[in-house]
Design a protein around this ligand. Structure first.
Ligand SMILES: NC(=O)c1ccc[n+]([C@@H]2O[C@H](COP(=O)([O-])OP(=O)(O)OC[C@H]3O[C@@H](n4cnc5c(N)ncnc54)[C@H](OP(=O)(O)O)[C@@H]3O)[C@@H](O)[C@H]2O)c1
Length: 330
């Protein structure tokens, strides 16, 4: 019988506040099945959803105890006997990490692992998973009809991890990109990533200014990070036949459906994990192209040690003035 080594990982033994996140040193290293890749994790991505899952009130409720984290990047250590794409030593990023990303080792299904170019750090690799796949699905799948160079997209909340990914993808498609942020540094970053114009979503009257900047027509596509605050205003300024894609929402809002009727506009929601197999393939191929071409470049704002996980979970939910992605360095 083979003896497996032990590893260090972040673990949640009961659902609750950030204090339930504990680092443990004696967790058995996972063993890859025939379709899986064992990855030595160098960095793991932190996403808002990790905090929702930790509370135990989210739709996805893992069996306790569990290791948090969907996204990771590192080096392939071992591969299952059916794995053909990867070999030990490859630099990779992992999405939907099977045994949790916040650990010294994790497992990825071959179809949810991708090559990480030498030009990107492991921290940047850990910023690819949920943010870029979400951004790709929101823009290029949910907003597909509007993704053309003659059109304008509003990334409403462009300074965070998903928002910046949306900006890079929309720029790569040649769209005119309007981005919003809540701080001068955030506005500067969004502009640096290629947005044509930027507006502060904490400033009174900024939606009217966005409308003016489109010659009064409004954006053809809106990717919305905080629908409970912005949906009604989005419905007011979106162009005729426009599409609003809800990516983020943290509460309720009253809206006037007549706004949709008057413009034949569409509001659609999305959760990445609802993607079909065909959509996963399409996202993977679009993101692989972006990595090869070099326009996928996650911006890392904060690096945490696993011991600081409670602080990291507090900060990702209660932050303002986002500047990209938060990651754990393992
Ligand atoms: N549907 C899905 O499958 C899916 C997948 C991933 C993420 N999400 C959700 O999408 C949201 C963004 O995720 P993330 O990882 O990018 O989080 P993040 O890095 O924390 O970014 C949050 C973004 O929201 C912006 N924001 C704050 N107040 C706003 C306002 N009034 N109007 C517009 N934007 C505002 C922030 O801007 P400032 O800080 O500059 O103000 C920042 O750009 C979260 O709610 C997350 O749960 C959903």
């Amino acid at each position: 019988m083979t003896t497996r080594l032990m590893m260090r990982a972040l673990r949640v033994a009961q659902f609750g506040g950030p204090e339930v996140l504990k680092v443990e040193a004696n967790i058995q290293m996972p063993v890859p099945s025939s379709s899986q890749v064992l990855v030595e994790v160098k960095a793991a991505g932190l996403n808002p959803v990790d905090t929702y899952i930790r509370t135990g009130t989210y739709a996805v409720k893992p069996t306790l105890p569990y290791i948090p984290g969907s996204d990771a990047a590192g080096i392939v250590k071992e591969v299952g006997d059916q794995v053909t794409k990867f070999k030990p030593g490859d630099r990779v990023f992992v999405l939907k990490a099977v045994t949790g990303g916040c650990a010294e080792f994790t497992l990825g299904e071959e179809s949810f692992v991708g090559y990480l170019p030498e030009t990107l750090s492991f921290q940047q690799g850990a910023g690819i998973g949920i943010p870029y796949f979400t951004a790709y699905r929101a823009l290029c799948i949910k907003g597909r009809d509007k993704v053309k160079s003659s059109n304008t997209v509003l990334i409403h909340g462009a300074s965070g991890a998903v928002g910046l990914a949306c900006v890079q993808i929309a720029v790569s498609k040649g769209m005119k990109v309007i981005g919003t942020a809540g701080s001068p540094e955030g506005l500067e970053l969004v502009r640096k990533e290629g947005a044509t114009s930027v507006f502060n979503h904490r400033e009174k009257g900024y939606m009217e200014k966005i409308l003016e900047s489109t010659g009064g027509n409004g954006p053809d596509l809106i990717i919305e990070m905080l629908a409970n605050v912005n949906l009604d205003a989005d419905m007011q300024i979106v162009n005729k036949y426009g599409i609003i894609v809800i990516v983020g929402n943290r509460g309720q809002i009253e809206v006037n459906p007549r706004l949709l009727m008057g413009k034949d506009s569409t509001v659609t929601g999305m959760i990445l994990m609802n993607a079909t197999q065909e959509e996963w393939s399409e996202m993977h191929s679009g993101i692989t192209d972006g990595l090869k071409a070099g326009w996928i470049k996650p911006t890392i704002c904060t690096e945490y040690d696993l011991n600081n996980a409670p602080k990291a979970h507090e900060e990702i939910i209660n932050n303002s003035g986002a500047l990209g992605k938060r990651v754990f360095v393992i």
